[in-house]
Design a protein around this ligand. Structure first.
Ligand code: NDP
Length: 243
């Protein structure tokens, strides 16, 4: 049977790239979004049913145009994974305000943009799933994470609100909140002390973090359960993660 369209934001690295591989291996048509399309195009995928589009998730018009193209090619989207995100660690008294803005724009507005783009059609069809990638830092606080945690607590709050609103439309809104994993996320931190503190914390847990493949497999499992089953929220971390 022909599978429905899956949209993944931030597919150029980390969790997004791993989710693209998992869904691609199972023959889902994919719309893969990110700013660095050359990295998406270099992924080890079968590109027969893959459309790659350069989208900055903070730009609603770009997002909508890409989804319209994807849906023209593969039919209506049944799953949107709002995965794109940035983590810029630092103390509020030292951090440049532009870093807070980048996190709020990407991690919160980007998710809202994605939801707005696909929601009405899912509501009309009484079918569809939105999975927002948050973080354990969206459930509990960590030093150096003030603005990042604020953005990820925001993802939980907006997801739960919309989940309640869309429940009567048979549309699922789910949250995946991972712990520390080895991706490019930390490479964007500009505060060296904050980056070093994070690395020391990981080293204190034996240096073993969560393999992104388990996040990808869990997201796919959440999606593939029957539409009437909603795993509202998953917190997943390496067993050795202490916080
Ligand atoms: P990566 O840095 O490896 O990936 C982040 C992805 O987001 C990239 O593909 C990047 O693509 C994309 N992205 C960033 N900004 C934008 C933007 N404005 N528009 C479009 N795409 C954007 O990190 P992860 O894979 O770790 O991060 C994925 C998600 O997982 C994030 O939401 C992150 O907060 C969350 N997370 C990560 C954890 C970890 O320890 N790694 C733990 C908990 C949550 P490009 O630059 O090409 O646009």
């Amino acid at each position: 049977m022909k599978k429905p369209l899956v949209i993944i934001t931030g597919a150029s690295s980390g969790f997004g790239a791993e989710m693209a591989k998992q869904f691609n291996a199972d023959n889902y048509p994919l719309l893969l979004l990110g700013r660095r399309v050359e990295k998406i195009n270099a992924l080890p995928l079968n590109f027969d049913q893959v459309l790659v589009k350069a989208v900055d998730v903070t730009n609603l018009e770009q997002f909508q145009a890409a989804v319209a193209e994807g849906e023209k090619a593969f039919g209506k989207a049944d799953l949107l994974i709002n995965n794109a995100g940035v983590m810029l660690l630092g103390n509020v008294w030292k951090q440049d305000a532009s870093e807070w803005q980048t996190m709020m724009d990407t991690n919160v507005i980007g998710v809202l943009n994605g939801m707005k783009t696909v929601m009405q059609s899912m509501m009309d069809r009484h079918h569809g799933t939105i999975i927002n990638i948050s973080s354990i830092a969206g459930r509990k606080t960590f030093g150096n994470h003030a603005a990042y945690a604020a953005s990820k607590f925001g993802v939980h709050a907006l997801s739960e609100t919309v989940r309640e609103e869309l429940s009567s439309h048979n549309v699922r809104v789910l949250v995946m909140a991972p712990g520390a994993a080895e991706t490019e996320l930390l490479t964007h931190v500009t505060d060296q002390d904050a980056a070093d503190t994070y690395e020391s914390w990981k080293a204190s847990m034996g240096g073993v973090t969560l393999d992104p493949i388990y996040v990808a497999k869990t997201v796919k499992y959440m999606y593939e359960l029957p539409q009437e089953v909603s795993i509202r929220e998953v917190l997943i971390a390496a067993t050795s993660q202490d916080a």
